[in-house]
Design a protein around this ligand. Structure first.
Ligand code: ATP
Length: 207
């Protein structure tokens, strides 16, 4: 099974990395692909350039077999729609189960995603939850597709919704950017190599 983590990664931090390692173990994933979005349709535009976000991602996962920095959304013109990303991964991996990992905030907004029902034609969707998080009522489609056990994901290439509780570290890229703009030290919130890159390229120095 292959895991897929989308995001802006502006910059990548230990919140992303820790949850990836945790789901790698829980689901026995053969690899996890971090796929930065070029032009996210649902949010403000990133601060760092796409190429810089990609370079920070590569530095963060260097020497970590199983974690892959995947530039396919950056190579595409126009908006980054997840459904197109999944289609292209499915062409590459015709039979393997693909697991799209999303946070519970993203899940609560899932029905607003472009062609959201089609996501399930290409992948399973795994919602990473944490204690106390609010979960939207299940839509009719979700009721039918919800899997109760991990083995149901392994037995099908796509089509299931699954909820998995994970440890969520209280780290956000927004908080890191603010810290850097305020000349505070972000050490231990993200890898040293990424902090070094941010310094060298003078990223996030202004609000
Ligand atoms: P920003 O603060 O700029 O919105 P972010 O830190 O939330 O950024 P994104 O790149 O937007 O990071 O997040 C990509 C994915 O990573 C999302 O699915 C989000 O749910 C998840 N994620 C973000 N922060 C954490 C965290 N601390 N622990 C686990 N997952 C996280």
């Amino acid at each position: 099974m292959i895991g897929i983590f989308g995001g802006t990664f502006d910059p990548i931090h230990y919140g992303h990395l820790r949850s990836a390692v945790e789901v790698e173990d829980i689901f026995g994933l053969t690899e996890i692909r971090f796929i930065p979005g070029a032009n996210p349709p649902h949010r403000e535009q990133p601060v760092a350039l796409a190429a810089q976000r990609m370079q920070m991602l590569e530095l963060a996962i260097k020497n970590r077999p199983g974690l892959i920095a995947d530039a396919r959304e950056l190579d595409r013109e126009g908006y980054s729609y997840t459904v197109d990303t999944l289609k292209s991964l499915r062409r590459e991996f015709p039979r393997l189960p693909l697991l799209l990992f999303i946070g519970s905030d993203a899940y609560n907004n899932l029905t607003a995603w472009h062609q959201w029902r089609q996501l399930f034609d290409y992948a399973h969707v795994v919602v990473m939850t944490r204690p106390g998080c609010r979960r939207q009522e299940l839509d009719e489609l979700f009721k039918v597709t919800q899997a109760k056990e991990i083995k149901e994901l392994a037995q099908n290439a796509a089509g299931k919704l699954f909820f998995q509780r994970i440890t969520q570290l209280d780290i956000s890229a927004t908080a890191i950017r603010t810290m850097i703009a305020e000349k505070k030290n972000p050490a231990f919130l993200l890898p040293d190599a990424v902090i070094e890159y941010i310094k060298q390229h003078k990223l996030y120095e202004r609000h």
